[in-house]
Each structure stands twice: as C-alpha cells, then as structure tokens.
Write a protein that binds this ligand. Sequence first.
Ligand SMILES: Nc1ncnc2c1ncn2[C@@H]1O[C@H](COP(=O)(O)OP(=O)(O)OP(=O)(O)O)[C@@H](O)[C@H]1O
Length: 338
Amino acid sequence: MTNHTNQQPVISARGLTKHFSRGKKTVEAVRGLDLEIHRGELVAFLGPNGAGKSTTLRMLTTLIPPTSGTAEVAGHDVVRAQGAVRRSIGYVGQGNAAAYIQRGRDELMSQARAHGIPRAAAKARIDELLSAFDLQEYADRTVQTLSGGQRRRLDIAIGLLNHPEVLFLDEPSTGLDPQNRANLQDQIQRLHDDGTTIVLTTHYLEEADALAGRVIVIDHGLVIADDTASRLKERLGDLLLLTFGTEGDATAAAARAESGLTGPTVVERTGTQVSIRSPRGADTAPALAIDLAAHGTPAIRMEVRTPTLDDVFLDLTGRSLRESAESASNTQTEGAAA
Ligand SMILES: Nc1ncnc2c1ncn2[C@@H]1O[C@H](COP(=O)(O)OP(=O)(O)OP(=O)(O)O)[C@@H](O)[C@H]1O
C-alpha cells in the first residue's frame, strides 16, 4: 500500500454512527466507524445486505446526518459544510440518476447547469465524458431506451460532471450482466488510473477483489477488516485438504504436519481427512506430501485451495458472505412482503 503518512486524508471519519428508528425499535445501522482514505485510493466497502455500507456512504455524501461522530470529506465537515462537500464530490446512488424520458445528452446538460457550469464549458465536459464512457452513439437516445450497462455508465458520467475530488459509487454494477459488469469495472479502473479517488460499495466478492486496492469489510455496522485483498487472503493462509487410507494414517499425518509446518497453522482431522490452514500452504504442499510419504503415512489425495475474500469473511464472522447476503435479502423481501 502507498505510504500516506505525510498526506492529509481526503476522507476521514471518527466514531461515525447512524441509528434509525423503526417503530419502537432502533436499528444501529453504523456503529462507530473510524476511517481514513487518501487521495487516489480505490476503496471497496464489502459486506452483506444490511451491513451499513449505503448508510455510511449516505453520511459521507451529506445525504443523511450522522447520529453521532464526525466525518470530513475533501477537507470539509459533512454536517457543518454540506455545500462544500457536495461541490467536491460525485455521488452515484443505487437508483438511476437520469430521467427516463430525457435524451442522455440533455440530461447531462441539465445536471451540469444545476452544478452552475456555464453552457459552453458544460458542452465540452459532456463531450469528454460521452467519449470516456463510450456513450457518443447513444447520447441522443432517450434514457429509457438504453441498456442497463449504458444507463449505469451515464449515471457515472453525471457523477463526474463537476470534476469531483472523490467519486462515491453505491453498488455500481448490481443488476448488470457479467459482460456489462466487466465493462463498467474497466471504466472505473480507468478513472482510478487517472487519479480519481473512488469509494464504492459492493457485495460482489469478485468485484472487490479485482478492482479495489483496499477492501473494507463491514458487517453489522462495524469495520471488521481493512487491507488489500491480497493481504487479507494471505493472512488467512491456504487450505490443504488431505485424504489418507486409514484414520491411523490421518492422525499420524496431522500430528506431523502440526509440528513440522511453520507459521500460524491450524490442523484438523475428521475421519480420514486432514485439513491444514497455513500461510504459504500452497508452496509447502509438495514438500509436505513427500515428507508424509517418507514417514509411512502417504496422502492418497491432496487438494490445495487458495483463499477467497469469502473465506476471509467466514473466518472473521463464522458466516459466509454469500449466504449472509442471500439470507439478508430474503429477510428484506419477506419484510417488504409483510
Ligand atoms: N431510512 C431507514 N430507516 C430505517 N432503517 C434503515 C434505513 N436505511 C437503512 N436502514 C437499515 O440500516 C441497516 C443498514 O442498511 P444499509 O442500506 O446501510 O446496508 P447496506 O450494507 O448498504 O445493504 P445493501 O447491500 O442491501 O445496500 C439495515 O438494517 C437497513 O434496513
């Protein structure tokens, strides 16, 4: 990660908290979040539905006030200097920003004028953004005739009209097919390469993994991990699954692995299977296999699994991120249907 010790963060938050009242109940959506994000970073808030990602983004973009705690974006307090924050940022929410019956180009012009950009400068900026997002040939069609991916690119173009210092994207690729998602991720990557600070929320593990230099995992309104995706996975270690001919062999091999492997290694045996979680486990697997065979307990099968971000989440919370996301969205659907 870049060394930011001499730089002021472009986003900082201390004890950021948001409670909502729902009937007699209080929902603690965000519970005391501390955060520092530096210029040029691409950060993904990753977590299941209802974790508090959107609420955090909505506080940082001045859309809702925190219950307690403070946050500054681009040097301005999100409560005391809302106007200054809004002028410094672009925000693309979960819904589409563009009116359906407008032509894309007209929608961009209306929004540019709303930012106070003079007409000639707005026209130049719009041409630049249409070209950057491959939207020239669709710009004169009404928004309702655009595909989901084209509409999402238009939303991001709208978010960039005012040359924001920080771009916030709330689930930019939700609802897009894999091809459009990949295309949008390319565009986001290009913006990042050009130096824009980007904060996005996602519950797609692959998106956070592929795109973000830094992943902030949020669960139940709390930050539970904050690092590069590769370091989060590295720290967890690789998983080796070994199968032996007999339980006796498995027991002996488990003991040998436990004493022989270096680093924070977790060895478990179930029947004839031994699972080993170990840093750089994939690298040590061949030597381990040779060693076990040489000591009369050869493995008859060995599988090496390098960790995913879901494994990291599972390790931290005891739940799978995919299952949490599915069960939370089922609960929300049931709630909505009730
Ligand atoms: N306006 C509101 N009134 C009451 N509760 C709310 C409100 N907005 C959010 N919540 C609740 O706060 C919690 C956090 O919601 P939030 O939308 O921030 O989660 P999220 O991580 O962004 O989820 P998703 O991935 O589904 O967008 C949830 O329990 C949600 O139901």
